[in-house]
Structure formats: C-alpha cells, structure tokens
Design a protein around this ligand. Structure first.
Ligand code: WTA
Length: 635
C-alpha cells in the first residue's frame, strides 16, 4: 500500500491512524517511494521537543532540485513547468518547459558559483513575481546556498535588517517591478538598504521595467550578460537531509525579524506530500496559487510542492484588481486553471464588486479552490463556493504557518466533507491538541483552546537563524513538549478544527502577518511620539486593520494632528513597508498599564473593536481612569 495519496475518507482514517501509531514507518515509506536520493537515511526522525531539536531522515543525501526538475526530464521534458502571466494582460504569457527550466536553473547556478557563492552562503532574493524569482530560488538550492527571499514590498530598512541578520553575501534584485498600475523601484530600495550592509559583496540585477538605475562599480552587475556567458548544466550539490534550504522571515513579538530556518529533506517530503493531497494534482492540470513567492505559501505551493510533483504552476505578476476586477477569472479562463489557491482578503475584496466580473468568464476548468492565510468568514466562504466553485469545486481551507513549512489542517478534496469556516481535519502525520488556560490538554469538543502540535512533522522549521534560544522560547516553552502555534482554535463535535485567530501580538492584515512590536518601535522613533500601542480591529476587506493609540511628547502636543498622523504613517512605510500603515490613530494621554508596567492590550483591543461590554478584570491596572478617556474618544 502506498501512503502518498489519500483517496477516500476510509483511507484517510487508515493513513491517519498509521501515521500516529507508527509515524516512522509512515514517513519512511512516503520518503522512500516518491523521491530520488543519493543516499537513504539511517533513522527517520530524532527529536527532543523540550529542547526544540528535531531532525528528519538522518544522514540522507539529496538535492531538492534534482527532485523538482531533473527526475521529470525523461517523462515530462516538454511539459510546461511554469506559466508566467505578466502584470499587463497585453504582454504575452510565457510557457517554460521542464527542459527549459533545467537550462535556466543550471545556468543561474553556474552564475552564482562564478560569483563566488558556495554551499552554506546566504543569498538574498528581492525580486518581483517573475520567472527569475523561481529560477533563482532553485539555483540557490542547486548549489546548496541558503536563499532568503524578501517580499518586494518591504522598505529599505526592513530589507537591511533581514540581510544583516542572515549575513547575505549576494543579492539578486531587479531594476523594478510592476504591480497593477504602479512600478516599484526595487533597485533603488536595495541601494539604500545596502548602505548599511557590509556583508553583501555582489548584486545581480534583472532587467524588468527599464527603470533608470545606478550601478555601483564592482558590486552591481546586470544578470542577463552573465547568464548568456554561463556554462549550461550543473551537477547538483549533494546536500545532507538537515542542511539548511532557506530562511524566511516572519513577524514576532519583538522588533527583531525572526528568520525561520527550513532544512532540506523533511521540507521536500512534506511539501510534496501535502501538495499532492490537498490539490489532488493530476498530470494535465494547471495549478495556480496567487500568493507571492516572498511568503511561505509561494515557497511551498508555487515553487517546491508543485515542481516536486511535476506540475504546471502559474506565476502571476499582477494584482486581482488590475486592469479590472475580472483579472483572476480571466486568467483562470485563459490558462484553463484546474486548481486555484488564494487568500480570504482577495476573495472579500472581489466579492464587494459586482459578481458579473466573475460570470463574464468561463471557469468550468476549475476542480478545486483553496484558501489560506487567515480565517475565511462565512460570507466570503459562500461567495467563493457559489460564484467561483459553482458549488461543485470543493474549497480547501488550509491552515498552516511559515513555521510549519506546509499545510497542517485542511480538507482533502473529494474526501473530507467541507464545512464553512472550518479547516476541518489534520493531515496524516499531524497531531493537533487544544490547551486550556491551565495548560492542560482539552479532551472535550466544542471548546476553544490554544492550538499546539504534539509530535514533530517533517516540514517543521528547525530553528530561528542564529537564535535557537528564541526558537525554543517562542514555540516550545508555553506548553512544554509541544509546539505552540500562536493560534486559537475550536474543535467541533466531529473533531473538525476551526481556527479562531491569533492569540499573541501578531495581527493579520490582508493576509500579511504583522507583529505589533516592530510597528510600535518604528512609531516610537518619530520625534513627536512618546509611546504607542498597536492592536488589530475587524475590517470588511482586510480581515483586520491596525489601530494605533499614541501618546505624544510635550514637544509634539502643539503639532497639527492630521499632519502628524500622515507623518507617522510615512514613518511606518519607510521603516517596515506600506502594508503596516495604521487605519486609525488616536492620540491619548496614557495607556492602560499593569503595575508591572505592561500595556494591557486586551482592553485596547476591545475599545478598538467598539466592544465596551466587558473589559474583564481591570483591578490590576495602575491607571484605571485612563480606560474611560480612551473609550470616550474612540475613533
Ligand atoms: C493564519 C501562511 C485561519 C494563522 C501559510 C497562522 C489561518 C498564520 C489559515 C500564519 C486558515 C493561515 N485559517 N487562519 N486557513 N491559514 N492562517 O506564517 O493565524 O504567513 O498562524 O503562513 O496565518 O501565517 P503565515
């Protein structure tokens, strides 16, 4: 029996039970039967969840790109690996076959080597959603360099902090990037970032927008001439199962970016397995995930998962609203997309528009539609089901995280009956538990608790780059022996999970995770600001938006408030990026604090939501009178 794909509900329970009773045998078989290895493992897994030490497929040797590309060439050489759909619908789409992908990746690998990049070196990738982004990611993996993709919407100082944290030696960027009717000047952002980064020796620049750029002598080079001169073919580096594959930064409860480190073999096995099951990929399908490769969804389910399965994956450069609100549906119709994977925020923004935008196009190619990034509300779920899925394509509401590497809780299409707003059941190999306030495991159903995972799975992050202590403290200390997700969840009477949202200081705005601490740090640097507290509040389209409570310094008191608000938002944009801007700013004379000096965010959250009914216990507040003032002046 093969465990690679679940085909019925009965089989799901069989596989699930096997994966719990005999996790080693379960993953051993999947890894053994579905990948190309230079050398197999001595041991499937070794772990100490107290110390946050986890290793999978010990001593196995592998290269993930051999599995993404080379092994498909004999059978699928002429099959399209990547369809590139440009921002401008008038620009022709590109179809890149597996043979061409091999050619491009190996040449890029040789370029990186020629630039002195060796196994273990970190390479920063700051590119728009163009094929070069996927090619560079794969070229790094080919030579064993650790890629650190930074979403091309982050500002120069956010980019610099990430480059410095992982000490990248080389940056691959572009002159600019198109997004809807905007052009983003990526190279000049990199120039500014690199003023602070001595570790970077070289910058390779892709030409995309023909923007005017300055090229620094000795550091910056156009990529194309190097590719033209590069040798074809490259013998893939032999990687240990636990060699680092990539770093991807995510938000945390302090201002310092958290570089999640994923390693090679476990991530490979897990993304391939989950892609196959969640998207039920069949040979001639065309799969499209609308995420950006700068986020984990793009890493696992635009690049690695699909290519590991020999799929055709769409890379879309644009946005859902450009040139009009029909763009997603037009692209599905044009490329006959069979699996479509997007975010609730996109669904909500399109559901606001006339549904005729959807009905204009033929969506009959669709078989499965998916959602990721935040809880999908009931209304959006039904709109997606009715207008896009036409009530026949199951919705896979997939819950997972940058830290988990791949999807953890999700319906398996045509197998698991769906239920609106529920991510439903854990995938085989995943052991979720809900914990109560006393840190005990909740056995009952119909209760909300903190979501933890009590057994390792192959795709989990192994550490925070350069800070294992922080990794341990953030994820493995609150509930000793378990991985704590930071999310709350409800389990219903049949064991389905519904994710209720973050229980920590991360707010998800339009699908982007934003730590409130780094935003507060940025605001507090503004000369007129004394202190600030940021919380999330519900927003129709974005899911959540940010509400800032700000105390001004005496010197800032006489300033024009509207100008100040603008300046504060510009400050946030330049420190973090436009995605972190505040929707509402309320100037206050104080913040509710406990006697130990901690801001009581619970109260601020309630005020921002407009829910004044029950602030809970406020007796521990040092300054309870401030609550009324803030409440009365709420925006
Ligand atoms: C949230 C994205 C509800 C959750 C893959 C998680 C979700 C965080 C869902 C991780 C979902 C993701 N339902 N909430 N289907 N998917 N989330 O690291 O709060 O960008 O902890 O990874 O997004 O976001 P990240």
């Amino acid at each position: 029996m093969s465990y690679y794909q679940v085909k019925s509900l009965e089989q799901y329970f069989k596989h699930y039970n096997k994966s719990i009773r005999e996790p080693r045998k379960f993953w051993d078989k999947i890894a053994d039967e579905n990948f190309t290895w230079y050398q197999k493992w001595d041991k499937v897994v070794e772990f100490d969840m107290q110390e946050a030490d986890v290793k999978w497929f010990l001593n196995a040797k592998v290269n993930i790109t051999k599995n993404c590309i080379d092994r498909h060439l004999s059978k699928r050489g002429d099959k399209t690996a990547i369809i590139f759909e440009p921002n401008d619908p008038k620009e022709e789409a590109q179809h890149i076959t597996y043979n061409e992908l091999y050619d491009r990746v190996t040449k890029m690998a040789n370029v990186l080597k020629d630039q002195g990049i060796k196994k273990g070196d970190r390479v920063c990738i700051y590119l728009p959603m163009i094929p070069e982004l996927a090619v560079t990611v794969l070229a790094c993996a080919r030579i064993g360099a650790v890629h650190s993709v930074i979403f091309a919407g982050f500002s120069a100082s956010a980019v610099a902090a990430r480059i410095l944290d992982s000490q990248c030696k080389l940056v691959v960027t572009a002159d600019g990037g198109y997004r809807g009717n905007k052009t983003i000047e990526l190279k000049s952002i990199i120039d500014e970032a690199l003023e602070k980064c001595d570790c970077v020796e070289k910058t390779l620049v892709v030409k995309r927008t023909n923007s005017t750029v300055t090229m620094k002598e000795g550091r910056d080079e156009w990529l194309q001439p190097l590719l033209d001169a590069a040798q074809p073919n490259h013998v893939a580096e032999i990687m240990d199962a636990e060699d680092p594959l990539f770093i991807l930064y995510t938000s945390g409860s302090t201002g310092k970016p958290k570089g999640m480190l994923h390693t090679t073999a476990g991530y490979m096995v897990y993304t391939a397995y989950t892609f196959k099951n969640i998207f039920n990929y069949e040979e001639n399908d065309v799969y499209w995930c609308t995420a950006d490769i700068g986020w984990i969804t793009g890493h696992s389910y635009i690049v690695y998962g699909p290519l590991l399965n020999g799929a055709t994956t769409v890379i879309f450069e644009g946005v859902p609203s450009y040139p009009d609100f029909g763009r997603f549906w037009e692209v599905i119709d044009k490329h006959k997309v069979t699996q479509f994977y997007t975010a609730p925020t996109a669904i909500r923004s399109l559901a606001k528009e006339n549904w005729e935008w959807v009905d204009k196009y033929n969506l009959s190619s669709l078989k499965i539609i998916g959602s990721v990034g935040e809880p999908i509300n009931e209304e959006a779920w039904h709109w997606y089901n009715d207008h896009v899925g036409k009530k026949k394509s199951p919705i896979v509401d997939t819950w997972w995280q940058t830290e988990t590497g791949g999807i953890m809780i999700s319906p398996i299409p045509f197998v698991t009956p769906t239920k609106p707003t529920y991510a439903t059941l854990p995938l085989p190999g995943v052991q979720p538990v809900l914990m109560d306030e006393r840190r005990n495991e909740i056995e009952d159903n119909q209760v909300v608790g903190s979501l933890c995972i009590k057994f390792p799975w192959p795709g989990m992050a192994r550490t925070i780059w350069g800070d294992h202590q922080r990794f341990k403290e953030t994820y493995f200390t609150a509930y000793p022996g378990k991985y704590f997700t930071g999310d709350g969840a409800l389990r219903d009477e049949v064991g389905y999970y519904r994710i209720t949202g973050r229980v920590d200081d991360v707010v998800i705005v339009s699908g982007h995770n934003l730590g409130t601490a780094p935003i507060e740090d940025a605001i507090n640097e503004h000369p007129a600001v004394a202190e600030s507290a940021i919380v999330g509040f519900p927003h129709d389209v974005k899911g959540n938006a940010l509400y800032g409570f700000i105390i001004l310094k005496e010197s800032g008191e006489d300033r024009n408030r509207e100008n100040l608000k603008k300046e504060i938002n510009e400050h946030i944009s330049s420190h973090i990026g436009p995605i972190a801007k505040l929707d509402k700013i309320q100037f206050v004379s104080g913040l509710p604090k406990t006697r130990s000096g901690k801001i009581m965010r619970r109260i601020l959250r309630k005020i921002a939501e407009g829910d004044f009914s029950n602030f809970g216990d406020t007796t521990t507040l040092l300054n309870p009178e401030i609550v009324d003032e803030i409440k009365n002046e709420r925006l």
